[in-house]
Design a protein around this ligand. Sequence first.
Ligand code: HEC
Length: 453
Amino acid sequence: MTRRLTLCAATIAAVAAAAAVAASQGPIAGMPAAAPAPRAAPPTYSKDVAPILQKHCQTCHRPGEAAPFPLLTFEDARRKASKIEDAVGDRIMPPWFADPHVGKFSNAMGLSAPERDTILKWIAGGTPEGNRHDLPAPKAWVEGWSIGKPDLVMELPTPFEVPAQGVVEYQHVIVPTHFTEDRWVVAAEIRPTEREVVHHLIAFVREPKSKWFRGQPAGAFFTAPKVSTDEETEAGALPSDFLVGYAPGQPAEILEPGQGKLIKAGSDIVFESHYTTDGKPELDQSAVGIVLAKAPPQQRHITTTAISERRFEIPAGNGNYEVDGEVTINAPAKLVWIQPHMHYRGKDYTLTAVYPSGETITVLKVPTYRFDWQVGYELATPLDLPKGTMLKTVSHYDNSTANKFNPDPTKNIRYGAQSWDEMNVSFVGIVVDPRADPTRVFNAGRGAAAAQE
Ligand code: HEC
């Protein structure tokens, strides 16, 4: 609950200006009644609003999903009208933070300006229902697995007990796959059993050669020990291929035809989970479901922490500290997905691709980064990364008192896995030739290698 409230408060402050503009353009209720000028009737729920809620809200706002209330019917929407007015007017909802002028993303959740306007006008016009014959057919939602029936389900070995209050450190648990041969995955999905407390969850593939968390026994929850230098410099195997992540509203990983993710024989799944408390004790036993390829893929899909800058120290009180990251592409690849990851002081993020020719394009811009919402951005068109291309990130951090989320503005902050430390990581999804050696695709820049986080 706290998470929700702080999120809303800060976002409201951050977008106050935008809201003011929206408000001044929005309502027409104040027009004199006698005005003879023809004016469009206010939008109605049935004809105008329901299709927008179906398209942009119901993925999360329906029973069993991440949002705390449904938006499936006229009554649902009418009852929440004033909250919707705030959340939509202030651009808190849907939770999507990419600059709309940069790049095109196939999982984009933002409302277009006319859609936002329609919702706000409907509310200003008194939330008329309109004619029920205009209602769109209800959307058929797939309950349960959205990847279809998984070939394999691996769940957390035991339910995790989330306490009623306090901060729960990131939990890790190792689950052996017991695969005796290499397997290709075409779809994967994580389903929590207690969504209210799951902030995010990631299932990593740990290859047999990886030293990551080698000292930890399988099957038991643990918190990450401090990363040793030995592990940090490890280059022998791809240590942290990201199989799939879960965050509210993020779709399951369903690869394009011909693509596959490799799980080598003898690999383990390492779950990393971030739980938040909601005022009462809860149990979660999330599971990952996997659909295996029926034929060898033409492209290998890899998701890894290719860009990870660890050498920084953000001075206490600094409101706009810049951290840059970069990586060079050593073997031809295509960029398909990107997820910036910082903690509470993360403020904004930009990713550019610098081609060998010198040409530079901006791939993703997140003007207002939110730790509360771990959003992955899926490129609508895969971006060619010829050998020699550099991916560069520029991020800013707010370590001042102006940042409401800041756990402690009096401290200099360095790299660390805990929420009160900071990170500067880009999870990067690429596709490569299935025979390519993935450890050679990225040539680490100033930061660490494609190391585990
Ligand atoms: C990606 C999932 C997702 C989508 C899509 C989404 N919501 Fe939400 N919504 C949430 C969650 C989760 C919360 C609870 C807030 C939190 O946990 O921070 C929420 C909260 C809200 C709230 C309450 C805010 C408050 O002040 O309490 C409103 C209103 C709302 N959503 C409206 C919408 C509308 C309207 C849309 C579509 C235009 C939408 N949401 C799309 C997940 C989503």
